[in-house]
Design a binder for this molecule. Structure first.
Ligand SMILES: Nc1ncnc2c1ncn2[C@@H]1O[C@H](COP(=O)(O)OP(=O)(O)OP(=O)(O)O)[C@@H](O)[C@H]1O
Ligand SMILES: [Mg+2]
Length: 350
């Protein structure tokens, strides 16, 4: 899909701004603080009705103003959709073709944006939560049923933790919730395993396209118990073994909510052994991989890369630019960058 146009009113530091975009590479340049990231923040907002920089929508309204607006036309195949987000002190309203959007999933189906931001370089070094989020978001986009399993699992997990926290733990209730967790975890583990396997093939190709050396890169995912015909029994046993600790800590210590994956480069964990640059390149390759797993080409995401170029050396920069031509539409921010055939938008300080 592509973003055809974007209008911003009183969004962050921009009083008014209107762009029409082409497929291919679109580059925003300008000095530090001119508002480049603010523009891609608006583009990202369209896909999840959420910023990647703040939890507070009111931060998005230009200082001293009461209302702000994002107004955009998104093209999927030959379907045009107009998406407007109106921000005010009362909250925010999302309109899809001039009708209020009540379910977030309707918006998520209409706009798909993949973002790489500077802090993603920490993907392999930070907490497992960011890595689980990567899996959960991308598997959900590919297979909506996954999102339902995860949501149910989260609900049951909360119930189980509440039971563990109560003064007199009800053993029967605890057993029921444990059984439900075991049951729900099987399809989650199955889908995670299958997805990681699919990602692996693409990750290898993208990393090769980005680096000059034929590095062996591999993603590893180990479910909390082995995925075989004995899964349910092993899972029940694992929960039994963890029970004493769970009762003490009043929280569930095993299950899919505690799982993680790792990525190795030349056989070594990249978070621990990789250089900053290797972490950046492989994290970028991983974040771009899901694009190629979406079968329906019209539904493939718009790719946004905030500030990645400046940290890459010339060789890697050129390789990345070459790779980016494989994507339908890409937005890049950089203080300075010139690429042949790319659309360039230069922002000036006011
Ligand atoms: N609600 C707001 N109202 C007015 N200005 C804002 C608001 N929120 C952020 N800003 C301003 O926007 C500017 C930052 O914009 P942004 O982060 O997009 O810059 P940038 O061009 O990406 O810079 P860099 O090259 O350093 O990444 C800051 O000067 C900040 O003060
Ligand atoms: Mg920026």
């Amino acid at each position: 899909m592509i973003i055809k146009s974007l209008k911003l009113k009183n969004f962050r530091n921009h009083s008014y701004l209107y762009y029409e975009f082409k497929p291919g590479l679109n580059i925003f340049t300008g000095n530090n603080g001119v508002g480049k990231t603010n523009i891609v923040e608006a583009i990202y907002y369209l896909s999840l009705a959420r910023s990647f920089r703040t939890q507070e929508d009111k931060d998005l309204i230009k200082e001293g103003k009461d209302i702000a607006e994002i107004d955009s036309v998104v093209l999927e195949g030959d379907i045009n959709r107009r998406i407007r987000v109106l921000f005010s002190e009362q909250g925010r309203k999302v309109l899809l073709n001039n009708k209020p959007v009540s379910k977030l999933s309707d918006l998520v189906k209409s706009v798909n944006v993949t973002l790489f931001e500077p802090k993603d370089v920490l993907l392999f070094r930070g907490s497992p939560k960011a890595r689980r989020n990567f899996l959960d978001i991308n598997i959900s986009k590919k297979t909506p049923a996954y999102l339902e399993y995860i949501s149910k699992y989260e609900r049951v997990l909360k119930q189980r933790n509440d039971i563990l926290k109560s003064d007199n733990v009800d053993q029967a209730l605890l057993d029921t919730s444990t059984e439900m967790l075991v049951e729900l975890s099987r399809p989650i583990v199955q889908m995670r395993s299958a997805y990681v396997k699919d990602i692996n093939d693409i990750l290898i190709k993208i990393t090769r396209a980005l680096t000059d050396v034929e590095e062996a890169v591999e993603i590893h995912y180990e479910p909390y118990v082995p995925l075989d015909s004995n899964f349910a029994n092993s899972a029940k046993e694992a929960f039994k073994r963890a029970l004493e600790g769970d009762l003490k800590r009043k929280a569930t210590s095993i299950g899919v909510h505690r799982e993680d994956f790792s990525v190795t480069l030349k056989g070594k964990d990249i978070g621990e052994f990789g250089s900053q640059g290797e972490n950046r390149i492989v994290a970028l390759a991983l974040k771009l991989s899901p694009y190629f797993l979406i079968q329906d080409k019209d539904k493939r995401p718009v790719v946004v890369l905030d500030d990645v170029m400046s940290e890459l050396d010339r060789t890697h920069r050129l390789r990345l630019i070459k790779l980016l031509s494989k994507f339908e539409q890409v937005f890049i921010t950089a203080t300075k960058l010139e690429v042949k055939d790319a659309a360039l938008y230069t922002l000036k300080s006011k």
